[in-house]
Design a protein around this ligand. Sequence first.
Ligand SMILES: NC(=O)c1ccc[n+]([C@@H]2O[C@H](COP(=O)([O-])OP(=O)(O)OC[C@H]3O[C@@H](n4cnc5c(N)ncnc54)[C@H](O)[C@@H]3O)[C@@H](O)[C@H]2O)c1
Ligand SMILES: [Zn+2]
Length: 337
Amino acid sequence: MEVKVTASKNYSVVIKDDISSFNSYVKDLKGDKVAIITDSNVDALYGGLLDKAFSNKKVSEYVIKAGEDSKNANNYLQILNFLAKNEFKRNDTIVAFGGGVVGDLAGFVAGTYMRGINLIMIPTTILSMVDSSVGGKTAINLDSGKNLAGVFYQPSLVYIAVDFLKTLPKREVLSGMGEVIKYYFIGDTITYDDIVKGATKDLIRKCVQIKADIVNRDEKESGERKLLNLGHTVGHAIEKASNYFISHGECVLLGLKKAIVISKAVNGLTEENAKKAEEILALSNSKLSISFDKNELINYLKNDKKGKGNKVDFILLNNNLKSEIVTLDIEKVYELI
Ligand SMILES: NC(=O)c1ccc[n+]([C@@H]2O[C@H](COP(=O)([O-])OP(=O)(O)OC[C@H]3O[C@@H](n4cnc5c(N)ncnc54)[C@H](O)[C@@H]3O)[C@@H](O)[C@H]2O)c1
Ligand SMILES: [Zn+2]
């Protein structure tokens, strides 16, 4: 299975069962060096797995501590220095081998080291397979918020091997399914039964295709790409307020719940259809519900990079259970949540 991205760079998202055919995709790689950036968990499980594919290169590995905390400026600078010290040139390659944290950080490094070095993504979580590895958004977190520094930088290849998911902890499966469920409300191809079956190759392909189609039309998020932020405006605020204790995808699910509430109030979503949307959310089996400080959330929304003064672009559901962009007063959001 393959999905094509045709943005500022054209590349394939290859979707396979395992890593066995990866070498055939990288055999003609330019340069003589490869840096594999990964995290401590992925390294413990799969360290050394890619070495054979790069047997004709000088391979170095950079392992960050697993977890969202690692998506920071310190690691970013350290990896840049690591590349410089090892004399990486622009035609050498960075491989982001791990989940969204590794992908976002390594992607930002790749996009900025010497103004851009070749990047290959090998996502190993559901979330990174269906979302973060595709589309070229890279970022690190700053003290004031998530993903505040980053660049758009497309990889040259995304290689998905669904077998990696066999070792994924339950919490991370749940987190990934949050993002998958988001796609149900964005594209037309995902069915209720698909979600019941979980993260199969076919479901991953459908998600990637929905994302690729949107990125192909609006790479830099001037319009349509904002739809992919469904559940994320409130979701990010909760994520930050919980100090990243709650996983990204679960925060998206909580954000989706709020989007349903707001859609009922201001976007014509009927009670009956809101129930249907909630049934889809329930398939995630997330039992989470949290209370949070409204003022903290509003402050966060005001600082959000998608905010415009007292207004915020919110992604709501219409009565066909599809997402659309609605600009709302932040005060109104305060009232409704
Ligand atoms: N760039 C984008 O477009 C985009 C989109 C969505 C999310 N994100 C970002 O992605 C990040 C979340 O990504 P994530 O959910 O993949 O988190 P993650 O990278 O932290 O991975 C989750 C956990 O799973 C472990 N892990 C990874 N692969 C594994 C495997 N195969 N087996 C066992 N354990 C494994 C990791 O070590 C980590 O502990 C957030 O920082 C979010 O902001 C970015
Ligand atoms: Zn997300």
